[in-house]
Design a protein around this ligand. Structure first.
Ligand SMILES: [Zn+2]
Length: 411
């Protein structure tokens, strides 16, 4: 008889957007959900093969998905220097520690949006082989960037259509799950311009086509500048990371037509609420540069709200790893979405479960507690629909039906 895990709690939110179920049970057999819903409607197995878990004051959720991390980055005030100077061995061990920190937050799947070399591929494989405990990882390995471009120290510079196609082939050969491209400059890399595109539509479209040809892989694009967002959307990029709407010289520049194009083309916006978490933290926990950044966030949040109101599908992500964006603070990502972007708790939870899985192309496996998906479960104390801060109180985490976190500790 196969081992069976039975979880019970007063509440279940299944990740599809459906109303919560009371007096809930989730049944996992051989790592796969075979039943999830009200205890009244389910055949609940009993006997020696059943491992029961009761959580009388908790909510059962699908394991969370963080759609944007940098596992090998340190999140310290010197994240750039650490990423450039630390040896591979340090980066790999740091990556494992960071992945486990996310797991303790209930994140059972994360998409790593760029690190040095192929380290995140090795980390993914070690976790899959159960050499170490961690979340599922979708790895991009090195982001494709221009010569001297954003995160060029990761190791993959390419200029022009031929070179970006070759870079895409090199990444696929190395076993990446998706491609990350830096469509604009970024704040972490001195000498780049966040307000200007790095690649043309033609170059981005060539990456999209080659990634699709080589196993139907998706492409995620880092986009701060409005023109970079436009280029990425027209090129058929699957997920727009950050979506910061920066004007070419100063301030912000919202483009409603680009929002319409995102809706038409089914583009997802990945709301990397990482450094933005500073806006909901006590001021005495912030560095001076963070306090200054928070003062300027109002217009940025306004435009993200407008983007969302335009009907674009959004997903949750942290950008953890860049300076002061810590891996163990994933719940704050959801709190920023609810308190500053006017997103309901239910929609925030969907953005980190069912819709995130759909955007990442893995909704056949994870993202919802429905029969046929993997038995990944986050158990939180209280009711996150009543108060999203409940997501800070993770009681247990299951991966493939196996308890991997209990009482905040790795199982
Ligand atoms: Zn990033």
């Amino acid at each position: 008889m196969p081992p069976v895990t039975v979880l019970r709690a007063p509440r279940l939110i299944d990740g599809t957007g459906a109303a919560p179920v009371e007096n809930a049970v989730v049944v996992i057999e051989n790592g796969v959900v075979v039943g999830a819903g009200s205890a009244r409607d389910l055949n609940i197995p009993t006997g020696a093969v059943v491992q029961p878990f009761d959580y009388p004051d908790c909510t059962l959720l699908p394991g969370l998905i963080d759609c944007h991390t940098h596992l090998v980055f340190s999140a310290s005030d010197h994240a750039l220097e650490d990423a450039i100077n630390d040896p591979d061995e340090t980066l790999l061990l740091r990556g494992l520690g960071n992945a486990q920190a996310e797991l303790r937050c209930g994140v059972t799947t994360l998409r790593d949006c760029g690190g040095r070399g192929f380290l995140t591929v090795a980390l993914r494989d070690a976790i899959n082989r159960r050499l170490v405990t961690g979340p599922r990882i979708l790895a991009a390995a090195m982001p494709i960037t221009t010569t001297g471009g954003h995160l060029n120290f990761c190791g993959l510079e390419a200029d022009g259509v031929l070179e970006v196609v070759k870079a895409t082939r090199r990444l696929c050969k190395g076993g990446v799950d998706f491609i990350k491209v830096m469509a604009t400059g970024g704040g972490m890399t001195p000498g780049t311009n966040s307000r200007a595109p790095q690649f043309t539509v033609e170059e981005l479209a060539a990456i999209v086509a080659e990634a699709r040809r080589l196993g139907g892989r998706h492409v995620a694009a880092h986009c701060h500048a409005t023109q970079g967002i436009r280029n990425a959307v027209e090129a058929g990029i699957r997920t727009i990371e950050h979506c910061s709407w920066l004007h070419p010289t100063d301030g912000l520049e919202f483009d409603p037509r680009t929002v319409e194009r995102m809706v038409e083309k089914g583009t997802y916006v990945s709301l990397t609420m990482g450094s933005e978490r500073a806006a909901i933290k006590p001021a005495d926990q912030l560095a001076d540069w963070q306090r200054r950044a928070v003062d300027g966030y109002g217009p940025h949040f306004d435009l993200l709200r407008k983007t969302i109101r335009g009907g674009v599908r959004f997903i949750a992500s942290s950008d953890a790893g860049v300076s002061r964006t810590f891996f163990d603070e994933y719940p704050l990502t959801l709190e920023v979405m609810v308190s500053l972007l006017d997103i309901s708790p239910m929609e925030a939870l969907r953005a980190t479960t069912g819709r995130a899985a759909e955007a990442l192309g893995i909704s056949d496996r994870v993202g919802a507690l429905v029969p046929g998906r993997r038995g990944d479960v986050a158990v939180v104390e209280g009711d996150p629909l009543a108060d999203i801060r409940a997501m800070r109180r993770v009681r247990a985490v299951f991966r493939d039906g196996r308890a991997v976190v209990e009482g905040g500790m790795l199982g």
